[in-house]
Design a protein around this ligand. Structure first.
Ligand SMILES: *Cc1c(COP(=O)(O)O)cnc(C)c1O
Length: 429
């Protein structure tokens, strides 16, 4: 089938990027479990290596199963291309790699997945990069944090762990005024609930590990390119605008136009960093995405019901779900994620740290795991786990204070989820 804007989301989540296998007619996308691809002849090989012809060389760079997934996610996000990576964290490095250099920085929201805070505050320093964290609800602070060495602005659409919603349009305007790309981590929302490119994002990153695969079987990531950023408008992005020595002086922006970032990510990023997604994982994720809209509807419905009920529980001090009228982010739902505020939020327990630890140990249906976005309902006490490496100040800023438990609502029967939570909450009172 043709992929096109004339098809709706439910059609595209099944068909985009997938065609009957040209060799066998197989209707489902085969798992191309191969490392290399035979060249037609020496000229064909040379053309592929010179990037004069697009084709398959070696699975560190490209693989047909992975390519189907790249096209599917790019289509669902409204981008022009995508590159899959071995994890969500790999996708973040892959997104930054063509933009950054020693001495350059990014400006990122304080409300991020805990692992991202660690990656940006500690590990990227080893590359000579740095990150300034600011509260993205304070737009003046975002503006003020940008300097001459800033190369990207980074936030999550529905942000970890509290399910806070970022005003993407306002942040995109600031990035655009500064001539910088906005990178949005859309993991918690998925393109079903939020399409950051429509709000001005340049690049969208995902952990495929979460809702896109949806059942906790895969570790993977993807970077989607909007194709809308002009990499030649300033001298800030030489990887894209200047000659690339490893390809005989080819200029990516000039040669590939709106696909410059995607081609660079594959031809240089995957080639040299090697953070490649394997075809088996791509297959599982393709299967997951086929039911994305159905799952997300149920996730949102359950989250709304459970969060409203939790808000009235005597052991609970606060529920952060943006779908609730009590949330300061409730008015952003209609604008940013009109089909719902996702299924990730936190609760603060009146009993503090000790109550949280006892609560997570008392649950039966909910699993205490470092994951989210699964068909199964999950909880984690962030302060003693994912956000453990953070200072108390960083924990508070990230919405992961010691009395806070993060909840990822699955697609089970909501009555069973409430009964399980009730049992565990009563145990700590
Ligand atoms: C899980 C997650 C990541 C990291 O993804 P991995 O696949 O675990 O590397 C990044 N951002 C968000 C919002 C996540 O939930």
């Amino acid at each position: 089938m043709k992929d096109g804007p004339e098809y709706g989301f439910d059609t595209l989540q099944i068909h985009a990027g997938a065609r009957p296998d040209p060799a066998t007619g197989a209707r489902q996308t085969p798992i191309y479990q191969t490392t290399a691809y035979v060249f037609r002849d020496a000229d064909h090989a040379a053309a592929l290596f010179n990037l004069q012809e697009v084709g398959y060389i070696y699975s560190r760079l490209t693989n047909p199963t992975v390519a189907a997934l790249q096209e599917r996610v790019a289509t669902l996000e409204g981008g022009v291309g995508a590159v899959c990576c071995s994890s969500g964290h790999a996708a973040q490095i892959m997104a930054l790699f063509p933009l950054m250099g020693p001495g350059k920085n990014i400006v990122a929201s304080t409300r991020l997945y805990g692992g991202t805070v660690t990656q940006f505050s500690q590990t990227i320093k080893r590359f000579g990069w740095s990150c300034t964290f600011v509260d993205f609800d304070d737009l003046d602070a975002v503006k003020a944090a940008i300097d001459d060495d800033t190369r990207a602005v980074f936030c999550e659409s529905i942000a970890n762990p509290g399910g806070y919603i970022t005003d993407l349009d306002a942040v995109a305007k600031i990035a655009d005024d500064a001539g910088l790309p906005l990178i949005v981590d859309n993991t918690s929302a998925t393109p079903y609930l939020c399409r950051p490119i429509e709000h001005g994002a340049t690049l969208v990153v995902h952990s495929l590990t979460k809702y896109l695969t949806g059942n906790g079987t895969v570790t993977g990531g993807v970077v989607v390119d909007s194709g809308k950023f002009d990499w030649t408008a300033s001298d800030k992005f030489p990887s894209m605008s200047e000659p690339e020595p490893a390809y005989h002086g080819l200029k990516f922006a000039e040669t590939f136009g709106p696909l410059a970032f995607t081609f660079h990510s594959i031809a240089v990023g995957l080639r040299d960093l090697g953070m490649t997604l394997n075809p088996q994982a791509a297959h599982y994720t393709l299967m997951g995405i086929e039911t994305l809209s159905l799952r997300m509807q149920k996730h949102v419905e359950n989250a709304m019901e459970v969060a409203s009920w939790l808000e009235g529980h005597a052991a609970v001090e606060k529920v952060t779900y943006a779908g609730l009228p009590s949330s300061p982010y409730n008015d952003r739902v209609a604008k940013i994620c009109p089909k719902g505020a996702g299924a990730l939020f936190t609760i603060a327990l009146k009993g503090g740290y000790d109550a949280c630890v006892k609560f997570v140990d008392s649950l039966e249906i909910f699993s205490h795991v470092a994951n989210l976005g699964d068909t199964r309902s999950l909880v984690i006490h962030s302060a003693s786990t994912t956000h453990r490496q953070l200072t108390r100040e960083q924990q508070e800023a990230a919405g992961a204070a010691p009395n806070v438990v993060r909840i990822s609502i699955g697609i089970e029967d909501p009555e069973d989820l409430k009964a399980d939570l009730d049992r565990a909450l009563n145990a700590v009172m």
